[in-house]
Design a protein around this ligand. Structure first.
Ligand code: UD1
Length: 337
């Protein structure tokens, strides 16, 4: 299959491009470099052995985006492109709604215009809001998210659902990711945030290489195993492989389908710190801080549906992810340059 990958130079997008080639597919990347580097394309070429087609285009620019569809015939689309920083989305809600909703609707319009019928959308467990119960299942209610970033995921899911209801030839998978971490085994691809990391694993790896003095752990009074928050951390390569399995499902014309992509297992912040220390032989100093606004106590997935219907299951554990994340950080102390 020839697959258009928007945001294909990003953390999850680039890993998915690798997984596509690994499975014998081909990718056409569209990325505007707002949160990624062009050097990722060279790294993809090193890993894959050939250079994927790549267009530096903002999906909000309908004219430029249409030219990609005119030049490249594709069988399916995976839509990663979007702004994703939770805190920033609270400060700049209009920019988040404008960017994320416009790029998604442009993509759906172009798919219709050019007769592309299969789309995989990069959604998030954030659409479940504050979980009523864990593990979360796909038929648990989609709630109002706690920030504009999350709200764009809820809204785009809704837009895609309506598009599927109106057009029986459209196949769409909404993939709700839990917490992706880790990196490519080569150390060439990984998480490369701008500035101070918001998320746990890139913060830990920066502490590990001495770039930051200690980790702040937000909250040690949650009703969990050790008082720290619990999440479902999934290795990004497992996540990438989940997209390939989803494309095979879409080829069977299922219409709309929804899957959780996680491991089914929750780990606390302290468990992550200890796993990282053990597997990498480094010490991660930390300080407890008050709870972070908007954080939930516990969040992990029930992934039975993906296993049953996609034949996909996470194969790697948090130790694999801690090792690969650290290897990437060691090889790229200043990020991808
Ligand atoms: C966050 C977003 C989520 C988004 C996801 C992307 C919030 C509320 N949620 O998920 O919408 O889809 O990132 O990956 O921001 N922690 C620390 N110290 C740190 C960083 C994190 O203790 O420096 C703790 C958090 O309190 C939490 C856990 O680590 O318990 C995971 O945090 P994080 O990696 O930011 O992910 P989420 O908050 O689950």
């Amino acid at each position: 299959m020839r697959v258009l990958v928007t945001g294909g130079l990003g953390f999850i997008g680039s890993e998915t491009v690798c997984a596509l080639y690994e499975a014998g597919h081909e990718a056409v990347i569209v990325d505007d470099l707002v949160n990624s580097k062009i050097a990722v394309l060279d790294r993809l070429e090193t890993i894959i052995g050939k250079r994927p087609a790549c267009y530096i285009v903002d999906c909000c620019d309908l004219k430029a985006f249409r030219e990609v569809f005119q030049k490249e015939k594709v069988d399916a689309v995976i839509h990663f492109a979007g702004l994703k920083a939770v805190g920033e989305s609270v400060e700049k809600p209009i920019e988040y709604y404008a960017n994320n909703l416009t790029s998604a609707t442009n993509l759906l319009l172009l798919m219709k215009e050019f007769g592309v019928h299969n789309i995989v959308f990069s959604s998030s467990a954030t659409v479940y809001g504050i979980p009523q119960r864990v593990p979360l299942k796909e038929d648990d209610p989609v709630m109002s998210a706690t920030n504009p970033y999350g709200e764009t995921k809820v809204m785009i899911e809704r837009i895609i659902e309506d598009a599927c209801a109106a057009d029986k030839s459209l196949n769409a998978a909404l993939l709700r990711y839990f917490n992706p971490i880790g990196g490519h085994a080569s150390g060439l691809l990984g998480e490369d945030p701008n500035g101070i990391p918001n998320n746990l694993m890139p913060y830990i790896t920066q502490v590990a290489i001495g770039k930051r003095p200690y980790l702040n752990i937000y909250g040690n009074d949650y009703p969990t195993v050790d008082g720290t928050g619990v999440r479902d951390y999934i290795h990004v390569v497992d996540l990438a492989e989940g997209h390939v399995a989803t494309l095979a499902k879409l080829a069977q014309n299922p219409g709309l389908c929804i899957y959780n992509l996680g491991t089914g297992k929750g780990s606390s912040v302290l468990e992550m710190v200890h796993a990282f220390e053990e597997v990498n032989g480094v010490k991660i100093p930390y300080k407890f801080q008050p709870r972070r606004a908007g954080d939930v106590t516990e969040n992990f997935a029930n992934c039975d549906k993906a296993e049953k219907e996609l034949g996909w299951k996470a194969k790697r554990d948090i130790k694999d992810a801690c090792r690969d994340a650290y290897y990437f950080q060691q090889k790229n102390p200043n990020g991808i340059e």
